[in-house]
Write a protein that binds this ligand. Structure first.
Ligand SMILES: C[S@@+](CC[C@H](N)C(=O)[O-])C[C@H]1O[C@@H](n2cnc3c(N)ncnc32)[C@H](O)[C@@H]1O
Length: 328
């Protein structure tokens, strides 16, 4: 393909997904999200793209086409909210957020791109719809196939693509049957925990951590909080629920950083000693998600943690985007 392939990103958040596609040479026409801080971040870092603050439940295909001046859209990408599916969430099949994938399917149907890539959490594959034997995964596959897209689901771990974070997510990747009959294969991993055959070793988290003296005191936990964590971990173990706090192994990619990291960071803490424990700063989280160093986030600290934890790691998105170029 001679011209730059074009992309629209719906539920764009801070633009992690778009960033990867941009790095792979695509032109991001527009990003849409209903959360102002995220749209501000998207617009600030994607200056050639249109950032639109809008609710995807009411945005019509016609409005989207007008927004991009009726340009041909080659790829629709996006990550509809996943809180209702997440193993860390309530997993309620009736959670209204679970139906936002329908907006993604509606937009794909209306825009008729050559490809789409939709990201989500693995919990979606096992959760059953209300009053149905079908899982959300099966239903979504069925719906994409019925609008003419050969669709496959890939479970990818970001660490296997050079991201300094263990993060498993699913990607529905579809190709318009008019474009190609071949299903899309997943991108070939570049990194491995146990590298052989030319693969590189997983990227360790330590490369992206600030030196301890450069981290503001407010990120360090007091003795009282540390004792609270210890009590909670013990209680959780007795009741056989949750993990309690978890520490980074500096020689490995970080644990998954979720959108809830702002609460107490328990999923990925930095431990220097039993008394010196801290959470990651927002910029460390962004780097562990493979955002470029100069990526600027908008909003409060809590909003920035949320945007970062929500994102598709740009480096993983880039590998997916580069792989897709083979099918144009
Ligand atoms: C998982 S995040 C997307 C992250 C993004 N793909 C990235 O890589 O940075 C989901 C996004 O959907 C947005 N969202 C939730 N409900 C929405 C709605 N009804 N309309 C538009 N955006 C919505 C949230 O504000 C959030 O930014």
């Amino acid at each position: 393909m001679k011209e730059q392939p074009t992309v629209i990103d719906i539920f764009c958040g801070a633009g992690g997904f778009s960033q990867g596609f941009k790095e792979a040479g695509y032109s991001i026409l527009a990003g849409v999200d209903n959360w102002k801080p995220a749209v501000d971040t998207f617009s600030r870092n994607h200056k050639k793209s249109i950032g639109l603050e809008a609710d995807m439940r009411s945005l019509t295909v016609g409005q989207l086409k007008t927004l991009v001046s009726e340009a041909k859209v080659n790829v629709v990408i996006g990550g509809p909210p996943c809180q209702g599916f997440s193993m860390g969430g309530n997993r309620n099949p009736a959670d209204p957020r679970n139906s936002l994938f329908r907006e993604f399917i509606r937009i794909v149907k209306g825009m008729a791109p050559d490809f789409f890539v939709m990201e989500n959490v693995r919990g979606l594959l096992s959760l059953k719809l209300v009053d149905s034997k079908m899982t959300f995964g099966e239903k979504i596959l069925h719906d994409f196939n019925s609008i003419g897209y050969r669709t496959t689901i890939h479970t990818l771990n970001a660490a296997n693509y050079g991201v300094p974070q263990k993060r498993q997510r699913i990607f529905f990747i579809g190709v318009n049957r008019r474009q190609a009959e071949k299903a899309i294969l997943p991108p070939v991993p570049t990194h491995s925990e146990h590298p052989t055959n030319g693969l590189k070793p997983w990227v360790p988290s330590k490369q992206f951590l600030l030196p301890p003296q450069k981290v503001s005191k407010r990120f360090y936990y007091s003795e009282r909080m540390i004792n609270g964590f210890i009590r909670r971990k013990k209680k959780n173990a007795e009741r056989n629920i949750g993990f309690g706090w978890q520490f980074l192994d500096f020689s490995k990619p970080s644990n998954t950083i979720s959108a809830r990291y702002w609460k107490d960071g328990a999923e990925a803490l930095v431990k220097y000693s039993n008394k010196k424990i801290r959470r990651l700063t927002p910029s460390e989280c962004a780097r562990l998600q493979s955002f470029p160093k100069n990526y600027k986030f908008c909003g409060s600290e809590r909003e920035i943690y949320t945007q970062v934890g929500n994102a598709v790691p740009p480096l993983l998105a880039r590998r997916i985007a580069e792989n897709l170029l083979n099918y144009f």
